[in-house]
Write a protein that binds this ligand. Structure first.
Ligand code: PHE
Length: 492
């Protein structure tokens, strides 16, 4: 058997894990989920989610991958033979996520192209985004006129997949180098935006909306669902990605400290993005005489409307805009290829196909599937599929991972192993979290949100469209079972 690939060093692994975690989830998804959930209402659920599920599960996933030295399906199988399907299910979720993640990258490529003319279109950033770039139609079943797709988005999508192919086909060592640039640059740029944003008139109101806790909203299960979903999405949990990345570390590498570094860095960057966006929203509210919650639409377009506005208010706005969209792209690309890597690692471990060919096929297939989201109804589909995949599927995968390790294998032994090789020791709280706390919370959230969902369809979309979202989630689950039941190269 050939030796498993390796990161160059401990810091290469930590950087790659941060590169995977920090992505569009922090700068694009986090602000709009916060905005949709009512700002401060999100704050407490998010922190609770980070502490009860985010960090403990990250430790768990690192341990799973490192111990088994294999991708998600084989790693889970090692805890108990009946859990391989959970790993495949996670990979299916990652596969679906890449279909639309690459489309959001494509929006960024478009914005990079238009960045030079920022002063011309930024006063109308909203129309620019919806009408010019996305060419959005009236609803999920309205694909507009022939050719039904927004060409600029299709082109950007092609560029995204070509870049992923070129970076990934050379293997993980190169990934370690790419992230050395893609991680620090964004922090500096975001800092500039935060400082500028906070000096704008009205920014205080925006920040108040972002940070003032709303205790009454804690009763709403959908906010909790969004918070857990966002933590999973942002920390790359439940997609099998971290398991694969950890499998490229030697068996005795530190786990606990690395998990804390990665999750806190990720969370910090989300907050920075929040400060940048909400201070600017405060300014927009102030200049238009509207309340903060009514300034822009609450969907996935938020970042693409607010950042350009913020940039246009700065000296040398166009140049900063170019840098900013390069930053979004660099942030997104390492997350995107980490998802692909996770899926490929799973397939490679089981059947041993050549990685280069697999990556090529993957990119072509994902490009084609992405065309749905690049269509004129694409924004609606993105919103719907994202809701079912990141909010329901991920939480379920997380739940089953906790059950697999907490109930079907020896979790105390797992903690001992982790403690033996980590910089600092995990207390018993970790076992309690994985075994009881996280599963109970996840079941409660999933149950009550599902109940609400049946009363009130998500975002008022037509039920046929939501049914397609559910069908896609279910097929990921079935595909998970199917892959697990196929014979691998080492017949078990
Ligand atoms: N965490 C990444 C982000 O925030 C997304 C991601 C999910 C990456 C799953 C890898 C695996 O953008």
């Amino acid at each position: 058997m050939s030796l498993r690939e390796r990161w160059g060093s401990r810091s290469a692994f930590v950087m790659a894990a941060i590169g995977s975690a920090v992505g569009l989830g922090n700068v694009w998804r986090y602000p709009y989920v916060v905005y949709k959930s009512g700002g401060g209402a999100f704050l407490i659920p998010f922190l609770v989610a980070l502490l009860t599920a985010g960090i403990p599960l990250m430790i768990l996933e690192y341990w799973l991958g490192q111990r088994a030295q294999a991708g998600a399906p084989q790693s889970l199988k090692k805890t108990h033979k009946n859990f391989e399907w959970v790993g495949w299910w996670a990979l299916m979720a990652a596969l679906i996520l890449t279909f639309y993640y690459a489309v959001v990258m494509s929006w960024c490529f478009n914005y990079l192209y238009y960045a030079w003319s920022l002063p011309e279109w930024s006063p109308n950033a909203k129309d620019f985004f919806f009408a010019k770039v996305l060419q959005v139609s009236s609803g999920p079943f309205d694909f507009g006129e022939f050719p039904y797709v927004a060409w600029p988005v299709v082109m950007g999508l092609a560029i995204s997949w070509i870049s992923v192919y070129l970076i990934i086909c050379k293997g993980v060592a190169r990934v370690g180098k790419v992230v050395l640039i893609t991680v620090p640059l964004p922090v500096i740029l975001l800092l500039i935006l935060v400082i500028r944003g906070m000096t704008l008139d009205g920014s205080g109101e925006g920040l108040k909306f972002f940070l003032e806790p709303n205790f009454a909203a804690l009763k709403d299960p959908t906010i909790w669902l969004s918070a857990y979903g966002q933590v999973f999405f942002s920390l790359s949990l439940g997609f099998g990605t971290l398991i694969a990345y950890a499998s490229y570390t030697p068996k005795n590498s530190d786990i606990t400290n690395n998990a804390f570094i990665v999750s806190l860095a990720d969370c910090g960057i989300s907050y920075m993005a929040g400060f940048a966006i909400f201070s600017t929203l405060g300014y927009l509210a102030f200049s238009q005489g509207l309340p903060v919650q009514d300034v822009v639409s609450k969907g996935p377009g938020l970042a693409f409307i607010v950042y350009p506005t913020a940039l246009s208010l700065m000296p040398l706005g166009a140049i900063l805009a170019v840098l900013f969209f390069i930053m979004l792209l660099t942030l997104g690309i390492d997350s995107l290829f980490s998802m692909v890597e996770g899926v490929i690692a799973g397939v490679h471990d089981k059947w041993g196909f050549s990685k280069g060919k697999l990556v090529g096929l993957y990119c072509i297939f994902a490009f084609m599937m992405g065309l749905l989201f690049a269509s004129k109804a694409g924004l609606y589909w993105l919103d719907i599929i994202d809701h079912f995949v990141t909010e329901y599927t991920l939480l379920l995968v997380g739940l089953f991972q906790c059950v697999a390790v907490g109930w079907f294998s020896n979790i105390s032994q797992a903690r001992q192993e982790i403690n033996k090789q980590s910089d600092f020791s995990l207390g018993i709280w970790w076992e309690l979290c994985i075994k009881y706390i996280a599963p109970v919370i996840l079941v409660a959230i999933l149950g009550s949100s599902l109940y609400q969902e049946l009363q009130k369809p998500y975002e008022g979309y037509p039920s046929q469209a939501l049914a397609i979202g559910v069908a896609m989630t279910a097929s990921a689950f079935l595909a998970g079972w199917l892959f697990a039941s196929l014979k691998g190269r080492h017949h078990e």
